[in-house]
Design a protein around this ligand. Sequence first.
Ligand code: TRP
Length: 440
Amino acid sequence: MEREYWGSKMGFWLAAAGSAIGLGNIWRFPYLTGANGGAAFVLIYVLIAFTIGFSVMLAEFVIGRSTKLNPVGAFQKLKGGPWQIVGWMGVAAGFIILSYYSVIGGWTIKYILSSFTGLISPNTDATNYFLNFIGNGPQAILYHAIFMAITIYVVYRGVGKGIEDTCKILMPALFLILVILIIRAVTLPGAFAGVEFYLKPDFSKITGQTLLAALGQAFFSLSLGMGAMITYGSYLGSKKASLPQSAATVTLLDTSAAFLAGFVIFPTVFAFGVEPGAGPGLTFITLPKVFAMMPGGAIWSALFFLLLCVAAITSAISLLEVVVAYMIDNLKWPRHKASLIIGGAIFLLGIPSALSNGAVPINVFGMAFLDAMDYLASNILLPLGGMLIALFVGWVILGTAKKETTTEGEFKFQPVWIWICKVIAPLVIFIIFLNKIGII
Ligand code: TRP
């Protein structure tokens, strides 16, 4: 079987940015910013993204392009032995994350439609509406199924015709919708208070917890720690793309999308005098309430949830692709069979997540199933994976790493990058990890 490759450098960048820009940017980043005091959090986030985030992403690109294999195959080829476990953890994380990510992706589809059928109305209690919907088992499963079907279809079509072509259309569309929504938001009367909250740093709000939240968020948002960027890097063929330049571009696109999403949320929320620190409900509860007070609110709401849906789909395909690439490379399955069977299995694992938000009490370790899956992946598998990837590149394949990052020209920051991979990133990630599992 011929391995597939990206058609162009731009196609690769848009696909990788598509993976990175997701629910993490448009849903999670604004509510974390709201809960952590606004601009000061943004500043710290940007700093972390461009140092540790950029470095781990570049490390993943190096592993991917130098082996042209999925994460398991890549670690087997470069070193083997216990290092393979890092690849396995990545494939498992892709499987687990997509199972619940798709449930939330399904909510965005439902909310695009609901915008026109009663959600956006002064008579609707947005809180009840949301809780009733996510607590309705058959509905939650139905929208999860629709979201998974779209994801499977894209991956089924392949790297070039599926992932690359889809991202080449959806990513420019995503930025266009963002810009339209920003223009609407900042021209609302009273929007300035939101801009001020967002841009005026209050450093008294910065604590150790804020730092850790920013670190965890950078990791999730940049799609790091499970080999998604290894897999996408492995589709770089003869078309010359500089890896440091690619990692910088993708980090910049991802950070811009998150930063811009804040310019939609905060001006809108402040213009209508609503609290921005509402936590995860900020998107699915607070915003519909605000849209209901706006002229033409149904259309703005539909456009916003379309943005969220597009962002989620281009991320979901990267999660599925990691597992599918493993089946293709290592087990020699044809792509069609791998995408249908793995996609179907992930759909099944998602059912308890879809049901666990009020329909059926499915709890693991005292958490709803969906939250337990997120805890396992985001707090354990991703940080451990990221730490080991950085160590691997910094200590085990340093020669390859030096070569891969300079084949297309000078890489000025190479010594800094190597230092971050060897010591700083592993240390910092280890500290977050201990914190997340409650040891410090
Ligand atoms: N980065 C995506 C987001 O911000 C989610 C995502 C896609 C992801 N692929 C990943 C997270 C791989 C971690 C690892 O929503």
